[in-house]
Design a protein around this ligand. Structure first.
Ligand SMILES: [Zn+2]
Length: 116
């Protein structure tokens, strides 16, 4: 009986523990902004072969709560799932690759990223 109470408590704690991990949703306005900035093209490749799938927004640092514009990049459905599942190369390589890209990004409105 005590065990079942402990079990119930543990379940409740688990649920509470999950709360902060919930993804902060990228709202439509932000998504549109990122897609537009990246010219509606997957940024994983220079070629355009992969641009047939649905476009998605990828978190460069793999932190789903970091929705800063320089942490978000447009990827096609294929590359987003592949990179997120670490099928391609390693995490650090992609982080470096996308961060370098972001340094060269010119934001909508003609403002260059000068945060560095
Ligand atoms: Zn792609």
């Amino acid at each position: 009986m005590i065990n079942s109470r402990i079990k119930k408590l543990k379940e409740e704690m688990n649920l509470l523990g999950k709360e902060p991990k919930t993804r902060r949703k990228i709202n439509k306005k932000l998504k549109d902004f990122i897609l537009k900035r990246d010219n509606y093209k997957c940024q994983a490749q220079r070629g355009s072969k992969c641009n047939k799938g649905k476009l998605e927004v990828h978190h460069i640092d793999y932190n789903p709560n970091n929705n800063k514009i320089n942490n978000l990049i447009t990827l096609c459905n294929f590359h987003n799932s592949s990179i997120s599942n670490h099928k391609f190369s390693n995490k650090e390589w992609w982080i470096g690759y996308f961060k370098e890209k972001m340094e060269n990004v010119i934001y909508v409105g003609g403002k260059k990223n000068e945060s560095k």
